[in-house]
Write a new protein. Structure first.
Length: 330
């Protein structure tokens, strides 16, 4: 039986934590009783520098039942960093890890399907919302536009997937190879490349408390995703610079023709040519500089050039000789 860890980032979640712990404990105990996961499995709450009684509640939960564990961050680092901290801290102890939010919007009954897909051999299982009917028109429209924009910018996002996912230990080891500072896990995880699948689920209303992702944070998160995974905006500026400069050459011929035809006032031709040509050259120059800055920016991320899924027949000769000799003696 695999050891399953649940990693749950928490920021000022004292209103919902007791109910979340109750429901998650029942789910984990049911899986343990059915011998689908190991009794050594854990529920790990990651306190992201909460300013309420969240950490005190986590300590009480752990004291009452070793099924619960906690990680306390020294200060608030944001949802993605708190999630990363939890994943990296437990990856050596678990065979599989499921990340989810504490607000009970993620359907915990989908955990059964996550475990089943992992048992089938999938290293990554993405929780995907079946429908978004419970969202407001504004949130549904902006969310769907965000996924489409990210794909247009070149990011490999799983449509309608947030951070509800299962990752095997091998997938977590691959994730640890990424040297990102500005984290956007929805875009990083698909880059690992191990066998993956999806599980559809219904997203519930928040059980209690307020959303930790108001519009301001949602816009900031979207900007983080675009700038972390694409330099296409820079290339758009470069392309625009080329186009305007090309048009300026055409307009140059036109301005000169009407100048020599005597249909302009003195100085007009010079000003018009200067505006078009200098504007195009400036955008082109910014785009070229941006290309070099963009390359440097991507280099500083220290993303792995590859992640090996499996190897066969690649063995050191000395190890091969020793194994061969041992097999002969046996």
């Amino acid at each position: 039986m695999n050891k399953l860890y649940l990693v749950i980032p928490c920021y000022n979640e004292e209103e919902v934590l007791s109910e979340a712990a109750k429901r998650l404990k029942a789910k984990m105990n049911a899986l343990i009783a059915a011998e689908r996961i190991s009794p050594a499995s854990r529920i790990v709450f990651v306190d992201d520098g909460s300013q309420d009684g969240t950490w005190t509640m986590i300590e009480k939960l752990h004291a009452s039942d070793p099924l619960f564990a906690g990680i306390h961050l020294a200060r608030n680092r944001g949802h993605q960093n708190a999630l990363w901290a939890g994943l990296m801290q437990v990856k050596e102890h678990a065979d599989a890890v499921i990340s989810l939010d504490a607000d009970l919007q993620d359907d915990i009954d989908a955990i059964d399907d996550f475990v089943a897909r992992h048992d089938e051999g999938f290293d990554i299982v993405y929780g995907v919302r079946r429908v978004r009917e419970k969202d407001s028109w504004f949130k549904r429209t902006t969310a769907q536009s965000f996924y489409k924009l990210m794909r247009l910018m070149g990011a490999e996002l799983v449509y309608n997937h947030a951070d509800y996912r299962l990752m095997s230990r091998r997938a977590l080891e691959g994730l640890a190879e990424f040297g990102e500072t500005n984290l956007f896990l929805r875009g990083i995880v698909p880059l690992i490349g191990y066998p993956s699948t999806t599980v559809e689920y219904e997203r519930n209303e928040r059980f209690a408390g307020e959303s930790k992702y108001p519009l301001r944070k949602m816009l900031s998160f979207a900007l983080e995703g675009i700038t972390s995974f694409s330099i296409k905006p820079i290339r758009m500026i470069t392309t625009l610079g080329f186009l305007i400069f090309a048009v300026s050459l055409v307009m140059l011929g036109y301005f000169l023709s009407i100048h020599f035809a005597g249909r302009t006032v003195p100085g007009w031709t010079t000003i018009a040519i200067s505006v078009w040509a200098i504007g195009g050259l400036q955008l082109l120059g910014i785009g070229v500089i941006g290309e070099y800055i963009g390359k440097t920016y991507l280099e500083t991320k220290a993303r792995p050039k590859f992640i090996v899924e499996r190897m066969i027949g690649v063995t050191d000769q000395r190890e091969f000789s020793r194994e061969h000799a041992d097999s002969k003696r046996a």
